[in-house]
Design a protein around this ligand. Sequence first.
Ligand code: HEM
Length: 275
Amino acid sequence: MEQEMESKHTSDGAEFYQLCDYVHREADCIINRRKKELLTGNPLKKKHLDFLDILLMAKDENGIGLTTKEIRAEVDTFMLAGHDTTGAAISWTMYALAKYPEYQEKVRNEVDAILEDTGGALEWEDLSKLQLLTLFMKETMRLYAPVPFISRCLDDDVVIDGKKVLAGVNVRLCIWAMHRHPDIWGEDVEEFKPERFHPDKMKDFDSFGYIPFSAGPRNCIGQNFALAEEKVLLARLLHKYELSLPDDTPEIIPSVRLVLKVEGDDIKLRLRIRK
Ligand code: HEM
């Protein structure tokens, strides 16, 4: 990421490097603290080893572990790949719930039926029962793909629509455009319809036509975790609050950046505690 910055001598560049230093210092602090903990305790006694424990303990065939800088690079990837993306997915889903109150009601009924039995708590097994919520989240990620494009550098020449693209070229795959293409989704492509993801309707669907988590060997490794995290948060939110858009809400125009944002101001939602 740092290599993409052109200069340390512009004010934007200087601020960028200052912020990078801040993030790196924080990450180094955590890594060093955990290193110490590993040296003084017995990590194998821990019930679950987390990602950082595994990186800290990993050794190659010559018994050499990763350097702090290498570990930090992995931690940075997870923070960027796992945090902003999930935040965007949750924000856009909350927006869609507020925008489509009739679906909000249906999803809430499903959530209530599960949470009323459990006193508001969710167990792992409950997540697969949240089927309407899952369809709703999928449709939101279709129209508001949290990661709107991905890039690849071609290893080999590729022919696309009769045109040869040479090895070494960087190509950009626009998930945003694919998710809104009538050839894939039909003429009602712009309509918000969670039911299009019903398993019966998806039987013959080309799985490469819907790729919010990318596809192939470098797809998202946090996909299941992200979906579980989102479901827990959204289910509990819906159980407790009604979501709506304030009357003076301006037109919400998505902004295609590394992660899907909104043009101009943030989206403002109204949350009302349910009686
Ligand atoms: C809704 C949430 C998420 C979305 C939409 C998302 C989307 C994506 C996409 C599209 C890619 C592929 C990027 C590419 O092909 O260039 C990717 C990769 C990745 N994601 Fe996620 N992601 C999400 C959540 C997470 C979470 C929670 C984690 C970690 C806990 C995570 C970790 C990663 C990592 C490490 C990669 C790189 C995999 C590799 O290059 O082999 N993601 N993600």
